[in-house]
Write a new protein. Structure first.
Length: 120
């Protein structure tokens, strides 16, 4: 799966995405006029969002989070980083969608296999 903020850039630029964010907490939004804020992940924008949420609702963003988890449950996230040798990395780079034989991933059916991000 292609990763990185670069995969959000084209959608932000053409306005088809209103928000791009990733695991590292970097994010970008469109401006009110629909133009892109930045094509690089921007940390301060999340601070500005938290300040606006507080100003408009009178509640700390943490309160909103607690309300959402009370209604929908706590989120669960697991990331497993595994070291790979140069040989393993070379083999992984050669994989194609046709090499994936599994019909399910994470218990769900694979509907499409690709080696290109939809953000390209």
């Amino acid at each position: 799966m292609p990763v990185g903020f670069k995969w959000f850039v084209s959608g932000l630029v053409d306005g088809s995405y209103g928000f791009g964010g990733e695991e590292s907490a970097g994010a970008s939004f469109l401006r009110r006029d629909g133009t892109v804020w930045t094509t690089d992940k921007d940390g301060p924008i999340m601070d500005l969002l938290a300040a606006e949420i507080t100003a408009r609702t009178g509640k700390d963003p943490g309160e909103h989070y607690r309300e959402l988890t009370a209604e929908f449950g706590d989120p669960h996230y697991t990331r497993i980083d595994a070291p790979a040798t140069l040989e393993q990395k070379t083999q992984l780079q050669k994989l194609s969608p046709d090499d994936v034989k599994e019909s399910k991933s994470g218990g769900r059916a694979n509907h499409r296999k690709t080696d290109q991000s939809s953000g390209e």
